[in-house]
Design a protein around this ligand. Structure first.
Ligand SMILES: [Zn+2]
Length: 311
């Protein structure tokens, strides 16, 4: 509602961002606090409450929180988050709601970030979208008809664990050949380290990272280019599967790996065009996610607004 203000909280493994958003979805102010490894949920909630008090003296209409899952939006409980060690069955929604006395809603961080990307689109371009967050792992969020898609079990879409290689690399999730094992930042570094260890020559040395691989691709390193192209091909396969499952207008590439920019987008789109079907011209537009790290705050605030206004 215009005139109302909403709080968006984006809990990450390293830092937690808190933002104040107005009724027209504009970010008015924000701050960041360390999430802290091994920290008790109550202690983090204390700091979130303090940060909200500093942002506004007027009680917000509602508070939205994006948190690494798995979690249940309907019960407000975070089951166990691999990115926040020690959190087990945390009643996060109620912890915040009871401290501030304001209606609170929680959602999976990637879903919430996808909602943030949707909200930021111009009104005449708002349409169904999927966000792939390419970070340490690969998260994903799906927006259909302006709403977060949660699915029957509330875990939404996990495109990072769609199988792109039958019998491929093992994934901690228990499957083999998940997209995350080829195109996440950690997978890129792991594959490069393995191949260098097997004797392949490369300018890459020392602690290999996704950033150093991108730099090596720019400098013409053949091994880095092969690993990068393979990752982009698997991403393209996943996007083709997304097209046929959901038929969205957009697929956004976000997360740390997407900061590589055009070298990612051009390669993924090239593989996508080479492999996609020709039966219909209904492919999604693949874009770099434009909001960088503010998507989580804006999406969480939008979730809060939807929670109290039926938006
Ligand atoms: Zn997996």
């Amino acid at each position: 509602m215009i005139g109302q203000q909403y709080i968006g909280v984006d809990i990450g493994g390293t830092s937690t961002k808190i933002g104040l958003v107005d009724g027209q979805r504009e970010l008015l102010d924000h701050s960041s606090i360390p999430t802290g490894p091994g920290r008790k949920p109550e202690s983090l909630v204390d700091d979130i409450v303090t940060a909200i008090d500093r942002l506004t003296r007027t009680p917000p209409a509602a508070i939205g929180v994006g948190c690494p899952g798995p979690l249940s939006p309907s019960t407000g409980i975070v089951y166990n988050s691999p990115n926040i060690p020690g959190w087990e069955n945390v009643p996060l929604r109620d912890l915040i709601c009871e401290r501030i006395g304001v209606s609170t809603v929680i959602g999976n961080d990637a879903n919430v970030a996808a909602l943030g990307q949707y909200i930021a689109l111009p009104d005449d371009q708002k349409a169904d979208l999927v966000l792939l967050t390419l970070g340490t792992g690969i998260g994903s969020g799906t927006i259909i008809d302006g709403q977060v898609f949660s699915g029957h079990h509330e875990t939404g879409s996990e495109w990072g664990h769609c199988i792109v290689e039958i019998g491929g690399r093992p994934c901690p999730c228990g499957q083999r050949g998940c997209l995350e094992q080829y195109a996440s930042a950690s997978a890129l570094a792991k594959i490069a380290t393995e191949r260098i260890g097997q004797g392949e020559s490369s300018s890459l040395a020392g602690n290999v990272s996704a950033e150093s691989i991108v730099e090596a691709v720019r400098n013409g390193d053949a091994l880095a280019a092969d690993i990068w192209s393979t990752a982009c091909r698997y991403l393209a396969i996943a996007i083709i599967n997304i097209q046929h499952a959901i038929n969205p207008r957009y697929v956004f590439l976000g997360g740390g790996v997407s900061l590589s920019g055009q070298i990612l987008l051009d390669n993924v789109v090239g593989h996508f065009q080479a492999q996609r079907w020709s039966a219909h011209n209904d492919q999604p537009t693949v874009r770099l996610a434009p909001l960088a790290n503010m998507a989580g705050i804006l999406g969480a605030a939008a979730l809060a607004r939807q929670h109290v206004t039926d938006d």
